[in-house]
Design a protein around this ligand. Structure first.
Ligand code: NAP
Ligand code: ZN
Ligand code: ZN
Length: 349
């Protein structure tokens, strides 16, 4: 067993606090990673505070993990000691169902194994995430990370990156398409970067007028304040695709109305309450709503390789592990540009 230091949520109310536990001993297919950085996803906060129900405590959140491989099991072929590697939202799946066979492990028929707030497939080990010094993961669910990019800024690609890349690809976003991105947070800002890099004309739709300059810097052509009803009206029926990355409860109809013929609302945000949808908005222009959950391992590697080629990383603000509770409060206020990343070295002090 491998002793590690971490920060955990002990229940849904109290701040996260130091926690020590043991990782499983290195199995023959496992990779042992010394974690350098871990991004802070809004899903960490949702789960630490039990906003989706069913949270398991103590919980070590964190699924935007990057670091160095320090040991490999006897049968590992794809990684060696010294490699830079990443682990995202999923650490296992059944591997044999129709979806696993199609490189869509995130939709495993038995349910994928989350990186934390989940049981490993042995039925007895609690999966714990990246707010910790090391992780042990089967090599099939470990990603290669290029040394060309700034590693701190790569960490958020493991969730915010793949979660926006995958639906934009699936929707066929390409040159000249009109794409809206709603919610300029960790996911949203990656959505803007990818849509711009695919050649789309991008509009950011935000509740925060103060984010306009950043949106333009990220490559957006237009910026729309969603509380301005008059401005919103001008964009009725305008977009081919809208990526909804809002973390809080909201009405889908407001964004559906902005879609053109066959327009798609790509939902990735996961508020706790069910949204309202008007069937009249949906039938108008033959619109559809499509959900999307992270991406498969193959596509995640493709996204990381694409980012290395195009020099795409997240805009990050570094924090020490001890600052995590303050970071959660700031994230709730939309006060982060645009992803907090924990320097895991702070955990070792
Ligand atoms: P985040 O950084 O906190 O960003 C969320 C953004 O939503 C905020 O920056 C804000 O943007 C907007 N927002 C917040 N409150 C709002 C409100 N009341 N009304 C309208 N807009 C509001 O969160 P994140 O890490 O990007 O995650 C976003 C959501 O995606 C979370 O629910 C998370 O759990 C989910 N998620 C899903 C997947 C998946 O696989 N589908 C993966 C990862 C995360 P503006 O200031 O621009 O309005
Ligand atoms: Zn996430
Ligand atoms: Zn499966």
């Amino acid at each position: 067993m491998i002793p590690v230091k971490a920060y955990a949520a002990y229940n849904e109310k109290d701040p996260l606090a130091p926690f020590e536990f043991k990782r499983r001993a290195l199995g023959e297919n496992d990779v042992q990673i010394e974690i350098a950085y871990c991004g802070v996803c809004h899903s960490d906060l949702h789960q630490a505070r039990n906003e989706w129900g069913g949270s398991m405590y103590p919980m070590v959140p964190g699924h935007e993990i990057v670091g160095k491989v320090i040991a490999v099991g006897a049968k590992v072929t794809n990684f060696k000691v010294g490699d830079t590697a990443g682990v995202g939202v999923m650490v296992d799946s059944c591997r044999v169902c129709k979806n696993c066979q199609r490189d869509l492990e995130q939709y495993c028929v038995e349910g994928m194994t989350g990186t934390y707030n989940a049981m490993e497939r042995d039925g007895k080990t609690v999966a714990q995430g990246g707010y910790s010094t090391q992780i042990v993961t089967d090599e099939k669910y470990v990603l290669h990370v290029s040394d060309k990019l700034d590693l701190k800024a790569v960490a958020p690609l493991l969730c915010a990156g793949i979660t926006t890349y995958s639906p934009l690809r699936y929707a066929g976003v390409t040159k000249g398409m009109k794409v809206g991105v709603v919610g300029l947070g960790g996911l949203g800002h990656m959505g803007v970067k990818f849509a711009v890099s695919f050649g789309a004309e991008v509009t950011v739709l935000s509740t925060s007028p103060s984010k306009e300059a950043d949106a333009k810097k990220l490559g957006a052509t237009n910026f729309l304040v969603t509380t301005d009803a008059e401005a919103m009206k001008k964009y009725n029926g305008y977009f081919d695709v809208i990526l909804d990355a809002i973390s809080a409860n909201h009405d889908y109809t407001k964004y559906l109305d902005l879609l053109d013929i066959d327009g798609k609302l790509l939902v990735v945000g996961l508020p706790s309450e069910d949204p309202k949808v008007s069937p009249f908005s949906l039938i108008t222009n033959r619109r559809s709503i499509t959900g999307s959950m992270i991406g498969g391992i193959k596509e995640t590697q493709e996204m990381l390789d694409y980012c290395a080629e195009k020099n795409i990383v997240a805009d990050v603000e570094m924090i020490n592990m001890q600052d995590i509770n303050n970071a959660y409060e700031r994230m709730l206020k939309g006060d982060v540009k645009y992803r907090f990343v924990i320097d895991i070295a702070s955990l070792k002090k």
